[in-house]
Design a protein around this ligand. Structure first.
Ligand code: PLP
Length: 373
């Protein structure tokens, strides 16, 4: 094997690396944290509002509301739109469980559409699921690739449905010149540490252009309180920490570089692996950020084991479709045959920006070696 230079035994390629190893970024963060510790307001301090403004600008939206997590963002976002018992929300069966949990927690019913080979919701499977109870479509930009939003927006327009983007995995991605988070009536982000634009703890954000929704969201993240005395709706405490906000403000300065590096690693994989497994594909006018680099093969489990033996950590995101989870036995509807097949083939391989070209070549070399047997 040309690409496997180092000894197999001691080489390790981790899937994730949550350390902040860039000395300058770490110093910038420490300085910013010290500022917060000295000025006091550690919850919803001025830096949260500064971050909201910068994120709204970045995604070309009018308003942003910082919340405690991506799950908060989805749950409070759905509540702000008045979605609740009796309503149906069409979404994807392949996502992090939080997407559907947020729907169920409002009292609404998730209806699961099918997915396409790009692992995102298949717009062609949505229409047949629409009933008089359907209120919204909740697409997830899975793996950091934006869904086919022109088709989804068209269906939503035609049937008078709201669109809520779960853009948790796609901060910075583009589709036909537009950013993730710029399509839906609201869009939800997670900034948990695993996300590419991640804090050092849980954080999330909701974007909208609608002033009424914006005002409602500000109350909803604060137990439904509009001021110190008046509660307009029963809700929870989902405010963003100022400490996470300052970390994110510093990280935002590095984000373009991080995305550039992930795309560079994706390109190296493409060059090395195009003829052995099914790779993620970028169409014209798409700009994916590779939250995960997810390949497809019918030898998935064997390949995963082989890579593990060679020190390469991989993940299956996710092994079980949401509607097939035990907790969803009684509350899931829909039809998703293609998803059932695809979920057996997916494998996410390391694409972290901290990995070297040598690391990526080692991973690719091991995959080639597996398929040459
Ligand atoms: C991470 C994630 C969430 C939830 O975000 P948290 O901040 O962990 O609550 C929701 N949806 C998707 C698609 C995610 O990847």
């Amino acid at each position: 094997m040309r690409y496997v230079k180092n000894s197999i035994i001691d080489r390790k390629v981790p899937f994730l690396d949550l350390r902040i190893i860039d000395d300058k970024l770490r110093q910038d963060i420490l300085t910013a944290i010290e500022k917060v510790l000295l000025h006091g307001p550690v919850v919803l301090g001025p830096e949260v509002y500064e971050l909201e403004k910068r994120v709204a600008d970045y995604c070309s939206r009018k308003y942003a509301v910082g919340v405690g997590s991506g799950t908060d963002a989805l749950f409070l976002g759905l509540k702000a739109l008045g979605i609740g018992p009796g309503d149906e929300v069409i979404t994807t069966p392949l996502s992090w469980i939080a997407t559907a949990n947020a729907i169920v927690l409002t009292g609404a019913t998730p209806v699961f559409a099918d997915i396409s080979d790009d692992l995102n919701i298949d717009p062609d499977s949505i229409e047949e699921l629409i009933t008089e109870r359907t209120k919204a479509i909740l697409p997830v930009h899975f793996t950091g690739k934006i869904c086919r939003m022109d088709e989804i927006m068209k269906i939503a327009d035609q049937y008078g449905l709201m669109v809520i983007e779960d853009a948790a995995q796609a901060f910075g991605a583009l589709y036909h010149g537009r950013r993730a988070g710029s399509f839906g009536v609201i869009a939800c982000f997670s900034m948990n540490p695993m996300k590419i634009f991640g804090a050092c703890g849980d954080a999330g954000m909701i974007l909208t252009d609608d002033e009424n929704i914006y005002n409602k969201l500000k109350a909803l993240r604060h137990n439904g309180m509009v001021d110190r005395t008046k509660c307009i709706e029963i809700s929870l405490n989902g405010r963003m920490d100022t400490l996470q906000a300052v970390i994110l403000l510093e990280k935002l300065n590095y984000l373009d570089d991080i995305i550039y590096k992930r795309r560079e690693r994706a390109n190296w994989y493409r060059e090395m692996l195009y003829d052995v497994v099914i790779l993620p594909e970028e169409k014209k006018d798409e700009f994916d950020i590779y939250y995960t680099y997810t390949i497809k093969t019918t030898f998935r489990d064997e390949l995963m084991h082989f890579l593990n033996v060679h020190g390469i950590e991989t993940q299956i995101q996710h092994k079980c479709l949401i509607p097939l989870q035990p907790a969803y036995r009684t509350c899931a509807k829909g039809s998703f045959e293609n998803a059932k097949g695809l979920v057996k083939q997916i494998l996410s391989i390391p694409v972290n920006e901290t990995l070297s070209k040598d690391d990526i070549y080692y991973v690719a070399g091991c995959i080639r070696k597996f398929f040459s047997k």
